[in-house]
Design a binder for this molecule. Structure first.
Ligand code: C2E
Ligand code: CA
Ligand code: CA
Ligand code: CA
Length: 273
């Protein structure tokens, strides 16, 4: 028994250090990626259902690793969050997205909103609003064409400075939407109190075509409208989903049915020239 115990212990020990080594390697690689410009933003069009026009683009982070190729955000953002590197990465994302959107506007394309995902650490930085002001000034993008996506758990709290941050952002003219809506714990109180422009229905409610999910989608759409917010559905993949959302008067949609996220050069076909 003692022998077995010891073996287990050793096994446990070495797997911890393996894990630790892997994390260290990845952390070093993430820093290098930032330094050497290995990050890219791809953009996914958001379409207005009544006009049929592209009104927004969501910026989605990609790590173009020199050996491993494209790495999805789910594989490195959690570690970036843990190590705090997400702040620097997030600064780059904000700057790059604003700069790119301004480039498109200067080329004469119909103006669209660019949506940027904020991580919890980024949103809770006290300097966030000043940072955004600075980025807008440097890139020359008008605040009305920048939207920040935060999740329910980041916003729906009674800490005073959250409401203050949201109000400061609104006063600046920047839009704020709630991402993955329906998966957290929003209350009507916060939703009606907070200056939020849009709810983004989580894609899990479209994936499963159960009766309850359809009912949830319908009620989120109706609730958004009664609170004077816009509503967008993400993860739209089929014509059935598109028709259902049109019938329920969802304002916007985003998903593979229309387009996957694309690098900037491949996006111009969505703009009217
Ligand atoms: P999210 O914000 O919920 O982004 C939507 C995800 O759904 C994206 O995955 C997108 O590629 C994917 N998607 C789009 N259309 C469809 C569809 O029709 N069907 C399905 N099944 N999926 C679809 P992606 O790009 O892998 O991003 C995953 C998550 O990583 C994002 O989820 C977001 O939470 C996070 N993320 C991405 N970029 C950033 C960033 O710049 N900063 C931060 N903090 N997080 C980011
Ligand atoms: Ca998002
Ligand atoms: Ca989402
Ligand atoms: Ca998400």
């Amino acid at each position: 028994i003692k022998e077995k115990h010891r073996n287990n212990y050793n096994l446990f020990d070495s797997s911890i250090s393996e894990n630790f080594k892997m994390r260290l390697t990845m952390e070093t690689e993430l820093r290098k990626a930032l330094r050497e410009g290995q990050f890219e933003l791809h953009y996914q069009p958001q379409k207005n259902l009544s006009s049929g026009k592209v009104v927004g683009l969501e910026a989605l982070l990609r790590w173009n690793h020199p050996q491993k190729g494209y790495i999805a955000p789910a594989e490195f953002i959690p570690l970036a969050e843990k190590t705090g590197l997400i702040i620097e990465i997030g600064d780059w994302v904000l700057y790059e997205a604003c700069k790119q959107n301004k480039v498109w506007q200067d080329k004469g394309y119909d103006p669209v909103t660019v949506s940027v995902n904020l991580s919890a650490k980024q949103f809770h930085q006290r300097s966030l609003v000043d940072k955004i002001k600075e980025i807008l000034a440097e890139t020359g993008l008008s605040p009305y064409y920048l939207e920040l996506e935060i999740t329910e758990s980041m916003a729906m709290s009674n800490e005073d400075y959250i409401l203050k941050t949201l109000k400061d952002l609104r006063d600046l003219g920047v839009l704020v939407s709630i991402d993955d809506f329906g998966t957290g714990y929003s209350s009507f109180k916060y939703l009606s109190l907070f200056p939020i422009t849009k709810l983004k229905i989580d894609k899990m409610f479209l994936k499963d075509e159960q009766r309850e999910n359809k009912a949830i989608v319908k009620s989120i759409i109706h609730m958004s409208h009664s609170l004077n917010m816009k509503v967008i559905a993400e993860g739209v993949e089929t014509m059935e989903q598109f028709n259902f959302l049109t019938q329920e008067r969802c304002d916007e949609m985003q998903g593979f049915y229309f387009s996957k996220p694309l690098p900037p050069k491949q996006l111009t076909k969505f703009f009217r020239v």
